[in-house]
Design a protein around this ligand. Sequence first.
Ligand SMILES: Nc1ncnc2c1ncn2[C@@H]1O[C@H](COP(=O)(O)OP(=O)(O)OP(=O)(O)O)[C@@H](O)[C@H]1O
Length: 270
Amino acid sequence: MIEMKNVTKTFKIHKKNSGLVSSIKSFVKREYETVNALNDISFHIDEGEMVGYIGPNGAGKSTSIKIMSGILYPDSGNCIINGKVPWKDRKIYVKDIGVVFGQRSQLWWDIAVSDSYDLLKQIYKIPDKEFKETLKMMTDMIDIEELLKMPTRQLSLGQRMRCEIVASLLHSPKILFLDEPTIGLDAVSKIAVRDFINKINKERKTTVILTTHDTQDIEALTNRIILIGKGKLLLDGNLNKLKEEFEVKNGLKDITTEQLVVGLYKEYKI
Ligand SMILES: Nc1ncnc2c1ncn2[C@@H]1O[C@H](COP(=O)(O)OP(=O)(O)OP(=O)(O)O)[C@@H](O)[C@H]1O
């Protein structure tokens, strides 16, 4: 379903030096440096899997999600998802995916959530009956009925996130990319969002790729984790097995996911 093969992505950024003279010099003569955001990343994800894509700040998670969702294209390597190349087949590919970036909104700020949903219905050309059924099912599942008439700008972060995830699923995509979906949410909202994602994965067999810094998200949602650091893929495996291996290697017992993640970051010096 998702095949990433030797994907490499660099960004060219303007080099900024400190100090007034250096700043003036760099203004006159621009110097650039290269950031290796992704370095030879390969993995395979099957239909219906739910995968935690983890790594510290700047590891390359969002860049990977942007490539897989067709927003960016790699310098080299390939990515085939559901038989399509995301950045080349964008027009048809967008129907296959839902994307939620925790820090950004896909809802129109000043209009009612239900009006945003209607606009998405038009954009994705969702048939009337299918739209109504999906919306009904989801509003029941995640309890947003009362939020539908409110403009997005009046929603709390937790309320908005629930509406965002529903928005990303209205066209029944096969794959859902979630980039830090619980960031900034209180404990109750986090649980509501996690429950909803679990239900969607189970009931609709939606493949979910989740990036998060919240180890409770990982525990609640995924069996498999892919760890990247400094743009490189470092580990790919079953969460419980990785815990067991880590315990044996370090003479520990019953470690939490947080201890595993912190331990792995130390081990790989990332
Ligand atoms: N548009 C861009 N221009 C220049 N550099 C970028 C750009 N986007 C990302 N980078 C760089 O690429 C690297 C990977 O960034 P990315 O956002 O993918 O990391 P991340 O794992 O999502 O981090 P975080 O957990 O902090 O969100 C970083 O060094 C970042 O500064």
